[in-house]
Design a protein around this ligand. Sequence first.
Ligand code: HMG
Ligand code: MG
Length: 299
Amino acid sequence: GLPERVRIHEVGPRDGLQNEASTVPTEVKAEFIHRLADAGLTTVEATSFVHPKWVPQLADAEELFPRVRDLEGVRLPVLVPNSRGLERALALGAHRVAVFASATESFAKANLNRTVEESLAVFEPVVTRARDEGAHVRGYVSMCFGDPWEGAVPLHQVVHVCKALLEMGCDELSLGDTIGVATPGHVLGLLSALNEAGVPTDVVGVHFHDTYGQALANTLAALQHGVTTVDASAGGLGGCPYAKSATGNLATEDLVWMLQGLGIDTGVDLGRLVATSEWMAGRLGRPSPSRTLRALSHK
Ligand code: HMG
Ligand code: MG
């Protein structure tokens, strides 16, 4: 069966804009987040408190977050790579943070300048302190399916990192197909392997990139397995600056169109969302790859 309701975890302002060649002005980012909230998205990942040299596109986190933090009824998670990032986020009143681990050594090194185990050791006190402060903690796992340097990723590596994140206190996980190579059978295989290792499906979200056009098919497979949290990015913005060949996330419009057709409630106003992504595409100066957006486009 399929779930009655799906929570969309919108990542456009973070995963989308971190990968843009040009840096988007802070006021445009703030308007983007406000418009996404107006379109009915209730979880909008706002920015990252990472090293500004590593991701210059999000170096304005201190300026941006105060402009959006009082939005009513919207959860605004932010990425934190270490204690320094967590303290920056807490100082601004963030209630939701996300650490981001990797299932592979190559990406842990490229993205975090650490081994897998070293990065987990960095996250442990971050998760503990965040929870002591009453914050909700998401644990991302990147490269859950394939890795550009290492190829297919063994399930046991993913299971190991997922269990470590839950044991240190993460409230939820997000399984990242960072480079978009997953196919539905692989998704079901990983979800089953996690269940067999004692990880319940209700703490698992999915995060697909659409490089090979499989993101919606992978999402449907995950929903049929019982997943109810799906990451997506408005207009299909996105990628990852430290993962070659990563393209945009599953477009939120494409996800909403499919869920509407399945009779699954999301609370999102598709017309307003399309208008927002069209506006953002105009600001970025290039068309959105979302098929649903193009079909419903006003131009
Ligand atoms: P490092 O160079 O090893 O850092 O980078 P360090 O710990 O050695 O510290 C060096 C200096 O940086 C120190 O300053 C620190 O204070 C400072 P100094 O004492 O030399 O003056 N520093 C910081 N400053 C500000 N904010 C901070 C911070 N941390 C240290 N948070 C580090 C290690 C983790 C910091 C770096 O590698 C980094 O920032 N990486 C972030 C990469 C990133 O954001 N990637 C994209 C997000 S992940 C993603 O997109 C995947 C996802 O979408 C899921 C999927 O698709 O798979 C989530
Ligand atoms: Mg991503």
